[in-house]
Design a protein around this ligand. Structure first.
Ligand SMILES: *Cc1c(COP(=O)(O)O)cnc(C)c1O
Length: 232
């Protein structure tokens, strides 16, 4: 299957970028974005050792998490969180990358089972300032993180962003660099902030150059997605 080849290729690209940009070996985690992919496709990646998977749609994800039923996997929610899905997300995921509202964080905190570790959270930043995009603006991050600290069942780990697409490497690096500088500043007083979730198929290398610790890759791993309408 092509997925096996693709995965090997991505691992190679990541390790080349780690060397080229003086990042530690294995400092970048590959998050396989498996939205719209079926269980067989996900299993192909699991059989090659892939452990971190990212999903955008709660209902679709829960079906696959249940069908695959593998305790070694780490599931990341990377889509918009609807308030009526917070309990299910808090029960079945290890990470949520897309926190931009206190109300959602509060509900995740209230419903995170005591039997599970605190839910890992990234604050989503709208770095390109697009009205249509999810995320808070950079100036609000300090206050937002301070507010999140009241939630004991959440563990704030860092920042996530999906900047507007840019076609060349230098332009791709600009928003990533801004995010990285912000994370570095925040982590001076909060060393537990160790995560920068940036970079997709289009801009993975630029993200690694600018400090990504998690890259979220769908297309390069599983091939192009069909543009079918999803239900949450
Ligand atoms: C779909 C998605 C990705 C993966 O994008 P590709 O271009 O397929 O690699 C990454 N991050 C988020 C938030 C996504 O929704």
């Amino acid at each position: 299957m092509k997925i096996i080849e693709n995965l090997a290729h991505i691992h190679n690209e990541i390790s080349l970028a780690e060397k080229r940009f003086k990042r530690g070996a294995s400092s970048v985690c590959l998050l396989a974005v498996s939205k719209t992919r079926n269980v067989d496709e996900i299993m192909a990646a699991i059989n090659e050792g892939q452990r971190h998977f990212g999903e955008n749609y709660c209902q679709e994800a829960l079906e696959k998490i249940d069908a695959i039923d593998n305790p070694d996997l780490i599931w990341h929610f990377i889509g918009p969180v609807q308030s009526n899905k917070t309990s299910q997300i808090a029960h079945h995921f290890d990470w949520v990358h897309t926190i931009d509202r206190i109300k959602i964080a509060r509900r995740l905190n209230e419903t995170r089972p005591e039997s599970l570790a605190a839910l890992n959270i990234c604050v989503q930043i709208n770095i390109s300032g697009e009205d249509s995009k999810a995320g808070i603006i950079l100036d609000e991050v300090d206050d937002f993180i301070e507010e999140l600290e009241q939630f004991k069942r959440l563990k704030v780990r860092g920042l996530m962003s999906l900047p507007a697409p840019a076609s060349n490497f230098e332009d791709q690096k600009i928003p990533f660099s801004t995010l990285n500088q912000k994370l570095q500043k925040l982590s001076i007083s909060r060393p537990e902030l160790d995560t920068l979730s940036i970079g997709t198929t289009q801009d993975m290398t630029a993200a690694i150059a600018e400090g990504a610790t998690i890259v979220r890759i769908g297309t390069a791993l599983f091939g192009p997605r069909n543009a079918t309408k999803q239900t949450n």
